[in-house]
Design a protein around this ligand. Structure first.
Ligand SMILES: NC(=O)CC[C@H](N)C(=O)O
Length: 191
């Protein structure tokens, strides 16, 4: 059975595990660096990117996460996880993991729209996917070999570059598991 890890330092961890299991894979909460060896792919969940970054540093996850990526293993960042994966962040000089070649702007859907749902069409997933956006970032710009998978109101909300997948919304908060399945397929193909 495929083993998919969810970085378990902060954020919406349990819901991702449930979604992974609904897709027939094994979900493992990663709380210690050595657990990364057990999994074939990793989801970095939504939450608060600054808090998650602090915990990544505190528990020495930075280099092991970069090594995980360098080994060619797929990674999927959702919401705050997208911010952590991105190569560039609007208004910041430094990024976090800097793996996915996109520029991301945090909290970019405005105040009245702090949280909302929207029906999305996502390449590789299909139509009528309800995206749950919670103080969501969006992708402002993508690098050459990044495929844009979905837009909402002209803004890029999902993208893929090889082994890396990122989205602005929380795919684990509905019982539509197609986005999780897309990632699991990427993990299958990478083996
Ligand atoms: N739902 C989320 O993950 C929100 C992300 C959060 N606004 C951040 O900047 O980290």
């Amino acid at each position: 059975m495929l083993k998919i890890g969810v970085l378990g330092l902060q954020g919406a961890v349990r819901e991702h595990i449930q979604s992974i299991e609904a897709c027939g894979a094994e979900g493992i909460v990663i709380k210690q660096v050595n657990q990364l060896e057990e999994v074939d792919g990793l989801i970095i969940p939504g939450g608060e990117s600054t808090t998650m970054r602090r915990l990544i540093d505190k528990y020495d996850f930075m280099d092991p996460l970069k090594e995980f990526a360098a080994a060619g293993k797929p990674m999927f960042g959702t919401c705050a996880g997208l911010i952590l994966l991105a190569k560039n962040l609007v208004g910041y000089n430094e990024s976090h993991l800097g793996l996915l070649d996109v520029t991301v702007e945090r909290n970019s859907f405005g105040r009245q729209k702090d949280s909302f749902e929207a029906e999305l069409t996502i390449t590789g997933v299909g139509e009528n996917f309800v995206g749950v956006f919670i103080r969501a970032p969006h992708i402002v710009e993508v690098g050459e070999d990044v495929e844009i998978l979905s837009k909402h109101n002209g803004r890029i909300v999902a993208a893929r570059q090889g082994q890396f997948l990122g989205c602005s919304f929380h795919p684990e908060l509905t019982d539509d598991h197609r986005m999780t399945q897309l990632f699991i397929n990427m993990v299958k193909e990478s083996k």
